[in-house]
Design a protein around this ligand. Structure first.
Ligand code: SF4
Length: 750
């Protein structure tokens, strides 16, 4: 595994991966049983292709298997998303597969109160009977829409299908309202198309890459990082806007350490310069866009001098970077980001990024955004879903957020607490939680915990005993992505391809694949006609054969690639836009009709008081947040998070690098103690931590007690009026020495 990781580091020849990873790789095995895991440096006898699920990117893998054990996982050279390389997390899939803390048997809660952590191991029969009976009772007494599914990951497909068949449309994911939602809405409103996942970015051919709070190299989206390394090697200019000197900033010609909360001012000022100096792509804008005159007027007073007062970035630098950005057009990419729920005006900030890209003519252009293509596979025939009797239950009073195109997870929490939203009537009664640890994934934890206590049923389907499983009534242990079939679905990308998820080894212990769990529940609820196939392999093969796909070749290679088609105008593509006007909508009449600002306005956000710091959170390249922090392999590099704090600010408070500190937020909520990283690589008005640490679940024996859990400090949110997403970078903290904190500490919030 170590050699694979080293290989990966080599892809960032200019150092992206190397800087991020540091040199702390050890050979310590964190107590794993060496008899269970063969020496990973030895090649296996059999190589089985599939695709990765350590994050949502779906890179193609080749799993080496010997004597029924996976010995190592490498990137599939044939797969367009991995190209023979995995990110560090992907190579650590073995650590998930053989995690000694995996859920092994179904569990039923015995404690009276949810969260009491008393469970009984039961048979699958008993666990499934219990779950189906409760689901049927809720359907009969309150209606099927009173059950919601929270889902994360590709395997959620079968549970979404189950929920729709059951009669509920309440399928939700924190990855929308707490992550990418504002970006998707902002781009949809502008170009008539979301950015999608994987993002449709032609980074490799960019001549200028502008990152606004996006930590490429720390958010290790494999293909993007490979492309970024390639672009840097080819001499692309990198501009990084970030209060923190990120890994990407280390590659940048310009690092703009912006005052947090003011990014929109910079974006508008850049647009001002580009329009005022006539640097935009006039031909492209005239041909494809509407609302330029309104935009020009809107930008008149958004001068670099005005933005200076907001952002703390000097006007000369704003002008210079605007010229550099425009000078590289159309191969100039202002990255749309992924985690975009910051301050509550996040759709408007995403709109400003979309508008800048439109001015640069980078949508549908080489070095900008490509228009994705995909293969198609016919569906397996099943009965049509019954139309849900009621609409989404995230805001049952009516449409509150007109442009939210997915159900909002925190809205479902609200709708679970009696009297919180909606008139009299039944609140949501049942949650099925698939692969997402809502305790850390949602802000305002107390609200999540309150909602949980009002449920009649909480089902958790997971691989590991994350915190949410401790609150469940029934815990169903799922097989990992290396042990199961999943449905087959094409990934929109710059070339058409089809990849297959197939088991590499059989499920360990009594864990079961998601398809089996969903099918068994369906059978018990008289919904078996929606799962008419014997098993997922037969279903996948039937779909592929019906689509004329060479199944044997796909199973052997793991991926089949189609004929390339034009995806940019340079390839010969004629652009089309899915907006009402069929044009790029710089000015959004739809937003105006909805009573929302049709052009991005600047909102001044509160700044921390003296002695306070804005709490920022992000990623480390070896982890997918809390999903992987129990992974002993991945934790060899980064086992515990630390608090980044400006070195001078630390010194002024008598704090030194390596001190154990506690963060206390504006509502008095205290974090667990962790180490301070005093550094000049961050502004003095904010602190930064890697999200996903500070686990408290007793079942996560490795991760428990390591680092601090930033999510417990997110007691405040600013809800975006356009998408309903929750801006979470609005919490302020003070930093105390751990010893001092302990003396005065009331109990932390649960
Ligand atoms: S980016 Fe990394 S973790 Fe995500 S799918 Fe690819 S290899 Fe796996």
């Amino acid at each position: 595994m170590v050699s694979t990781r080293r290989e990966f580091i080599k892809i960032g020849g200019t150092g992206v991966g190397a800087v991020a990873l540091g040199s702390g790789v050890t050979t310590k095995w964190w107590g794993l049983d060496r008899d269970v895991v063969p020496d990973p440096r030895t090649d296996g006898d059999q190589v089985i292709p599939s695709f990765c699920e350590l994050c949502f990117w779906k890179c193609g893998i080749l799993a080496h298997v010997r004597d029924g054990k996976v010995t190592k996982i490498v990137g599939n050279p044939e797969h367009p998303l991995s190209r023979g390389h995995l990110c560090p997390r992907g190579t650590g899939g073995v650590g998930l597969l053989y995690d000694p803390d995996r859920l092994k048997k179904p569990l039923l809660r015995r404690s009276k109160k949810r969260g009491g952590q008393e469970f009984e191991e039961v048979s699958w029969e008993k666990a499934l009977d219990f779950t189906a009976e409760k689901l049927l009772r809720i359907k009969k007494t309150c209606g099927p829409e009173k059950v919601a599914l929270f889902s994360h990951g590709y395997g959620g497909t079968f549970f979404k299908h189950l929920l729709f068949a059951y009669g509920s449309g309440n399928v939700t994911a924190p990855s929308y309202g707490q992550c990418r939602g504002p970006r998707e809405v902002g781009f949809q409103l502008t170009f008539g198309s979301p950015v999608g996942s994987p993002e449709v970015l032609d980074i490799a051919n960019s001549r200028c890459i502008t990152l606004v709070g996006s930590h490429l190299g720390e958010n290790m989206h494999n293909t993007q990082v490979q492309d970024f390394a390639r672009a840097v090697a080819n001499g692309a200019t990198v501009i990084v806007v970030d209060p923190r000197y990120s890994t990407a900033a280390g590659k940048a010609r310009y690092w703009l350490p912006i005052k947090p909360g003011t990014d929109l001012a910079l974006l508008l000022a850049w647009a001002h310069v580009i329009v005022a100096e006539g640097l935009y792509d006039r031909e492209y804008v005239e041909k494809y866009a509407t609302g330029f005159d309104e935009l020009k007027k809107h930008l008149e007073d958004k001068t670099p001098e005005w933005a200076w007062a907001e952002t703390s970035i000097a006007p000369e630098l704003i002008v210079e970077t605007a010229r550099v950005i425009a000078g590289a057009r159309p191969a100039s990419l202002v990255h749309p980001g992924r985690h975009t729920t910051w301050y509550g005006d996040d759709v408007q900030r995403s709109r400003a990024i979309a508008i800048l890209n439109a001015l640069l003519g980078s949508w549908g252009r080489r070095g900008g955004f490509f228009i994705p293509t995909s293969m198609s596979v016919p569906p397996y025939p099943v009965p049509p879903y019954a139309a849900p009797a009621k609409t989404a239950q995230d805001h049952p009073d009516g449409v509150v957020y007109p442009f939210a195109d997915e159900v909002l997870s925190h809205g479902v929490c609200d709708a679970t607490i009696p009297g919180r939203v909606g008139g009299p009537g039944c609140p949501i009664k049942g949650w099925i939680v698939y692969g997402t640890n809502l305790i850390q994934a949602l802000p305002q934890r107390q609200q999540t915990l309150d909602a949980i206590q009002h449920l009649e049923l909480l089902v958790a389907i997971d691989v590991l005993p994350a915190e949410i499983t401790g609150y469940a009534d029934v815990v169903l242990p799922e097989a990992t992505y290396l042990e199961r079939w999943d449905d087959v679905g094409p990934t929109p990308w710059s070339e058409p391809f089809l990849a297959i998820r197939q088991p590499v080894v059989p499920p360990l212990a009594e864990s079961k694949p998601g398809w089996w769990i969903a099918k068994e529940l369906a059978n018990r609820m008289d919904l078996g006609s929606y799962f008419p196939w014997d098993d997922a392999e037969k279903m996948v093969v039937a779909r592929l054969e019906k689509g004329g796909v060479d199944v044997k070749a796909l199973r052997t290679k793991g991926v089949l690639r189609g004929k390339k088609v034009p995806v940019t105008t340079e390839d010969g593509l004629e652009l089309a836009f899915g907006t009402a006007t069929k044009k790029i909508e710089l000015y959004s009449a739809r937003m105006a009709e909805a009573g929302l600002p049709p052009l991005p306005p600047y909102t001044r956000h509160p700044q921390p008081a003296d002695g306070q710091f804005r709490l920022l959170f992000g990623r480390t390249p070896t982890h997918t947040f809390g999903r992987t922090t129990n992974n002993r392999f991945l934790s060899e590099v980064y086992a515990e998070n630390e608090v980044w704090m400006n070195a001078r600010a630390a010194r002024e408070r008598g704090l030194a690098n390596g001190d154990e500190v506690v963060l206390v937020n504006q509502d008095g909520v205290r974090s667990q103690p962790t180490r301070l990283k005093a550094t000049q690589r961050i502004r003095p008005d904010c602190v930064f931590v890697v999200h996903g640490y500070g686990h408290e679940s007793p079942g996560l024996r490795f991760a428990k007690g390591r680092g601090l859990d930033d999510s417990r400090l997110v007691t405040k949110v600013e809800v975006d009026p356009v998408a309903g997403s929750t801006g979470m970078s609005v919490n302020f903290v003070t930093v105390e020495k751990a010893g001092a904190a302990a003396a005065a500490a009331p109990a932390a919030e649960a």
